[in-house]
Write a protein that binds this ligand. Structure first.
Ligand SMILES: C[S@@+](CC[C@H](N)C(=O)[O-])C[C@H]1O[C@@H](n2cnc3c(N)ncnc32)[C@H](O)[C@@H]1O
Length: 282
């Protein structure tokens, strides 16, 4: 059953929080999330430990993804954005970690995961309870802009939109609909950043044994991979974006001082950055 039909918190979100917690505890940490381990709890750590036996570079991948997207948020906030929208937020803590005077954070997620997160946050004494505005929303069924408006979001101000670790779990219809909304219904100087998997990883019947095991293990968590693309520019352009950049995780690893290692097998993962107005540099 897909996550959109479950009443439980997303297990991939717990797993990712566990990896972020472990990555943050390293002496040479690439990402810094002091709350992730507490949010993930034992359940998250157990899922992550099982997953690592199939894809050992997962912790590094999560650390790079989080650090890269944190840097994008910091960059765009420095350029004057005052709203940050985190789509499929899971156990994201940016609202606390990247808080700035005058900037509002909106966390959009499937209602079941969001409710579970809020219970977990209430048990963390040093977490600022009012850091985020919560917008429950199912990308497969609901109107994103309505969910955002109901939580106080303004379409008259530019927003930084993150979609971290979510796109592969959605149908193409939901991916397109969400992108279309960001391009056409948010302020035109808004920007979006999201990671995606290549089509081969999501659809191919001829994967290597370890890639096939990784894909099967995600499916066993109840959140099968559904959407992959080798080249997101046509889709982004069709949905209304005038500027698009993509970057691979091998490139991100070099940028963050993690070097290159063929054995990591980061060949299927990328990040896309896009804005509606070609004049907005992403
Ligand atoms: C792998 S987790 C990533 C969580 C978080 N962004 C992170 O990187 O830590 C996937 C997230 O996508 C959300 N998600 C999946 N399908 C969704 C849907 N149809 N509507 C809303 N959220 C969805 C899940 O609830 C979960 O929080």
């Amino acid at each position: 059953m897909s996550v959109s039909h479950r009443q439980l918190a997303s297990r991939t979100a717990l797993m990712v929080a566990a990896y972020r917690g472990a990555a943050s505890a390293r002496p040479d940490a690439i990402c810094h999330d002091p709350h992730a381990a507490a949010l993930a709890g034992e359940e998250g750590r157990e899922i992550a430990a099982r997953f690592s036996s199939t894809f050992p570079a997962m912790e590094l991948w999560v650390a790079l993804r989080t650090a890269f997207l944190d840097a994008q948020v910091e960059r765009w906030l420095s350029q004057g954005s005052v709203q940050v929208v985190i789509l499929g937020a899971g156990f994201d803590t940016r609202a606390a970690r990247l808080a700035r005077e005058g900037v509002r954070f909106f966390e959009v997620d499937h209602p079941a995961t969001q409710a579970d997160k809020r219970q977990r946050l209430a048990r963390i004494s040093d977490y600022p309870a009012t850091a985020a505005h919560y917008a429950p929303c199912d990308f497969e069924r609901d109107e994103l802009v309505e969910c955002l408006r109901q939580s106080g979001f303004s379409t008259d101000q530019p927003a930084v939109v993150l979609w971290e670790g979510v796109v592969p779990y959605l149908t193409e219809v939901a991916v397109r609909k969400t992108l279309h909304t960001v391009a056409h219904e948010l302020h035109p100087r808004s920007v979006i950043a999201f990671d995606y998997l290549m089509k081969t990883m999501v659809e191919s019947q001829r994967l290597s044994e370890s890639d096939a095991r990784t894909r099967a293990q995600v499916e066993e968590l109840g959140e099968p991979l559904r959407f992959g693309t080798n080249h997101p520019l046509p889709l982004l352009h069709e949905e209304g974006f005038g500027r698009v950049r993509t970057i691979s995780f091998d490139e991100i690893a070099l940028d963050f001082g993690a070097g290159y290692d063929r054995a990591r097998q980061f060949r299927f993962q990328h990040v896309a950055l896009a804005s509606r107005e070609a004049a907005v540099i992403v």
